[in-house]
Design a protein around this ligand. Structure first.
Ligand SMILES: *Cc1c(COP(=O)(O)O)cnc(C)c1O
Length: 447
């Protein structure tokens, strides 16, 4: 029998708080591997901290989402939201599973092209498209989702100048019962802005308006918001076709499906609260199944789901640096991954688990990163078993928005690996080195 791991004895102050409805959440179930690959082994090969992605989970999520929608409605297409995670290997996995690309900048547009996405399968969103990028998108027959009147004017001018009729969709924002509403992007529905823009497009006849788009927000924990969105968009599509004669062929429902993370303000865990793909799919498709469009036409549903497809496929492996006692007696455990790598720790109470079996002894722990900043707190209060220097911890559900929003600050960005379906582990992105950071300065002549 293998020798059990030594655990230091622990003196615990009893904090007399009331247990919640679900009891006191103390269970710490260790996770020792990802898809059969030992976490200790990952650290010895690639170092710590380390982002780890599971190819199996990525593909499983995508297939699950596609199944939920396509078994209920025949015309469904997913577009991978690049800003959620634009590691090329991950984008290409989603493209292999049938996703188009959804980009919000010229840089992301280039990435999608380099990943082999044909330009006519790129949806170009975003509130700040340059004229140059718009021209490229027009020439590539991409689907341009118009955000504002200035953009509408530029597109119309380019269309006249180049004598090409660009394929566009109007981005619309609306009240779906989620407050504060996301009304910064696109044209407002209730105030009549959206209809005015559609009338202008129809009367000028310079743009091929093939779609309508709305992205109601992110981490939407109620499927019913999508029912309201679908009803309003479907009605707008019907009116655009009937009254303005616009050739609408798709309705893009945006992204925003919640992942299984737990919001900081939440009492119940994300795993208990979040709707499934089936819940979202049933709500959305039932609107389009019952709605009648001119000439019996059926609209395609496009989904730009980001975080719900990738969050639980990403993990952050991190090592303990030291334990400290704070003046008030609380335990402060310092790890080698800070908030500069884990932006989402400002929003979520990320699940953190031990990587080896321990006794049931746990202590409320403040989990801090290695930065010289008071805000560098990964979890302000999490139950963890006794830890010592070099012990490994696993942070869960970090696949969305972290490896795009991370920054080099005090420490550099670490390696990212993927456990492939065949069990092989591959390096997706190397750790940054001093040359990467200094290189952009060294290129300047003044230095
Ligand atoms: C960010 C974004 C998405 C993806 O949102 P998630 O909440 O990650 O699903 C989709 N569409 C647009 C326009 C976006 O800006």
């Amino acid at each position: 029998m293998e020798k059990k791991k030594y655990e230091r004895p622990m003196l615990k102050r009893i904090v007399p708080t009331m247990p919640g409805k679900t009891g006191q959440n103390v269970a710490v179930v260790a996770q020792t591997e990802i898809d059969g690959v030992g976490l200790d082994c990952l650290r010895s090969r690639f170092g710590s901290p380390l982002f780890v992605f599971s190819e199996r989970t990525l593909r499983k999520n995508m297939r699950e989402a596609v199944r939920a929608f396509s078994t209920r409605y025949p015309e469904v297409r997913f577009a991978w939201s690049y800003k959620t995670n634009y590691l090329n290997t991950i984008c290409r996995i989603f493209h292999e599973e049938g996703a188009m690309a959804e980009v919000v900048s010229g840089f992301e547009y280039d990435k999608a092209l380099a990943n082999g996405v044909p330009s006519n399968l790129i949806i170009f969103n975003g509130p700040a498209k340059s004229e140059q990028d718009l021209l490229r998108a027009i020439e590539g027959d991409s689907l341009i989702h118009i955000d504002n009147t200035e953009e509408l004017r530029i597109l119309t001018n380019l269309s006249i100048e180049k004598n090409i009729k660009p394929r566009v969709a109007l981005r619309v924002n609306m009240d779906v019962g989620i407050y504060p509403p996301w009304n910064r992007f696109g044209f407002n529905l209730e105030s009549g802005q959206a209809w005015d823009a559609l009338e202008k497009i129809a009367s000028e006849g310079k743009l091929n308006c093939v779609g309508l788009h709305c992205h109601i927000g992110t981490f939407i924990q109620t499927a019913d918001a999508y029912r309201i969105e679908a009803e309003k968009l479907a009605l707008l599509a019907k009116d655009s076709m009937e009254k303005l004669g616009l050739p609408i062929s798709y309705v893009d429902m945006g992204g925003g499906f919640a992942s299984k993370n737990t919001l900081k303000s939440s009492y119940l865990t994300g795993e208990d609260l979040c709707p499934t793909f089936d819940d979202y799919a049933e709500t959305i498709t039932s609107v389009f199944r019952t709605m009648k469009f001119p000439d019996g036409k059926r609209l395609r549903i496009v989904l730009e789901t980001g975080r719900a497809l990738v969050d639980n496929a990403g993990f952050l492996l991190t090592s303990v640096i030291t334990n400290k006692r704070m003046a008030d007696g609380r335990l402060n455990t310092v790890i080698d991954a800070g908030v500069n790598l884990l932006f989402t720790s400002f929003w979520y109470n990320h699940k953190v688990t031990a990587t080896y079996e321990s006794t049931s002894q746990v202590e409320p722990t403040m989990l801090c990163g290695p930065l010289c900043m008071n805000i560098d707190v990964i979890r302000d209060n999490v139950m963890l078993p006794p830890l010592k220097r070099n012990d490994l911890l696993l942070i869960h559900n970090v696949g969305a928005y972290n490896v795009t929003q991370w920054m080099q600050f005090i420490t550099m960005r670490p390696k990212v690996v993927m456990v492939k379906e065949n069990g092989e582990v591959i390096l997706l992105r190397d750790a940054e080195c001093l040359n990467d950071v200094n290189g952009v300065e060294d290129r300047c002549t003044v230095n």
